[in-house]
Write a protein that binds this ligand. Structure first.
Ligand code: SAH
Ligand code: SF4
Length: 363
């Protein structure tokens, strides 16, 4: 096999093709004697038709199908549990060796967003986040990230649901920039026209600010960026997000500015996420400070009412407070929205993902 391919084998040493980005699939196919153009054919079967059986891939030569069967497989981890919210949001859980990955499907009138996880747990331990409080287990493999989208589309196709995934947000469990290589490979598959074929504006990566990784990202891939800022100064940010002690607001925003310089996916500006915590970061003064630190950065601000979870010591700001805060930002010229909380009744809202077990759908 080609040395540059980071192939993670599953049992019996077969390569799981869901671990490979388009370039790697091409290299693999050539190594088994196929022509370059088979990459497009094979990827279409996998991603456009959700086909995992090589024998059904009628436009691939018989001897190539035989070699594919010998050396590789298409293995997407199953969703093992499902919970549907009154508002149509669905939470799917994948159990792998007793670990749980959560994926959230959010249908809207004109689009359907899938919120995917990039790690099991998170090492960054933000105080207001259930995933962070759970601790870190491990990075997800490319195939485990991709399986979430593959299985979602498969279920939606089987249900003849017209709302196939139109948008992907890396806002599930984990910090995507701490699993940089696998996340970048997964994004290449999502972007590829024979993969999921989504445009870079429809893929959003949310980060709490791992500065060296964000600097690297700008050299690797262009996607929509969302930043978990959540505080208007280092004093407050240090107290709720330990990562700020390593990479402070100034270094984070500098790195974001650099990213925006080359990015075409962020033409409308970066999305600034700001969770509204009563008495902590939600005063009029805080809104003015926030406007001030963002004045040189093209941005849209998304205020997120805080979602509660067990043993957390915060209170969400009131609706009235959030509106006043939003209006201060608007008068300063910022496009400011307030996030609708979807799927709260099934613990599928932002920051509520912990992989807890709900009803089983398959054995
Ligand atoms: N680790 C990345 C990706 C997770 S995205 C990041 O932090 O950006 C999930 C978003 O929801 C982040 O903006 C996160 O800060 C926010 N969030 C976390 N806990 C929350 C909670 N309890 N209520 C509302 N938003 C929360
Ligand atoms: Fe991790 Fe993001 Fe939660 Fe912070 S907010 S603990 S970075 S998942």
């Amino acid at each position: 096999m080609h040395k540059s391919i980071n192939i993670q084998n599953i049992s019996n040493d077969k390569i799981n093709l869901l671990d490979l980005n388009p370039k790697e699939i091409e290299i693999f196919l050539i190594s088994i004697g196929a022509k370059k153009f088979s990459t497009e054919q094979l990827m279409k079967w996998i991603y456009n038709y959700n086909c995992s059986n090589f024998n059904l891939m009628s436009n691939l030569k018989k001897d190539i199908r035989k070699k594919l069967n010998e050396k590789s497989c298409i293995f997407a981890s199953n969703f093992t549990e499902e919970k549907v919210s009154y508002d149509g949001t669905i939470k799917w859980i994948t159990s792998i060796n007793k670990q749980k990955i959560e994926t959230i499907y959010i249908p809207e009138k004109k689009r359907a967003t899938l919120c995917v996880s990039s790690q099991i747990g998170c090492a960054l331990r933000c105080d207001f986040c259930a995933t962070g409080q759970q601790g870190f287990n491990r990075n997800l493999r490319v195939s485990e990230i991709i399986s979430q989208i593959w299985q979602a589309n498969k279920i939606l196709r089987e249900k003849k649901n017209n709302s196939l995934i139109t948008n992907i947000v890396f806002m599930g469990m984990g910090e995507p920039l701490l699993n940089l290589n696998n996340v970048v490979s997964a994004i290449k598959i999502i972007l590829d026209k024979n993969g999921f074929g989504l445009s870079k504006r429809r893929i959003t990566l949310s980060t709490s600010g791992i500065v060296p990784a964000l600097d690297k990202l700008s050299k690797k891939i262009d996607v929509s960026l969302a930043i978990s800022l959540h505080a208007p100064n280092d004093f407050i940010r240090n107290s709720i997000m330990p990562i700020n002690k390593k990479y402070n607001i100034k270094s984070f925003l500098n790195s974001v500015s650099q990213y925006l310089k080359f990015s075409r996916a962020n033409r409308g500006g970066v999305t600034v996420e700001y969770v509204m915590l009563s008495g902590i970061n939600d005063s009029n003064e805080n809104a003015k400070e926030l406007a001030n630190i963002l004045k040189k950065i093209p941005s849209k601000i998304n205020l997120i009412p805080w979602n509660s979870f067990k043993n957390a010591n915060f209170i969400s700001s009131s609706k009235k407070r959030i509106n006043i805060f939003a209006n201060i930002l608007r008068t300063k010229g910022f496009n400011t929205t307030i996030r609708k909380n979807r799927g709260q009744d099934i613990n599928a809202a932002c920051g509520q993902l912990t992989g807890e077990i709900i009803n089983r759908i398959r054995n």
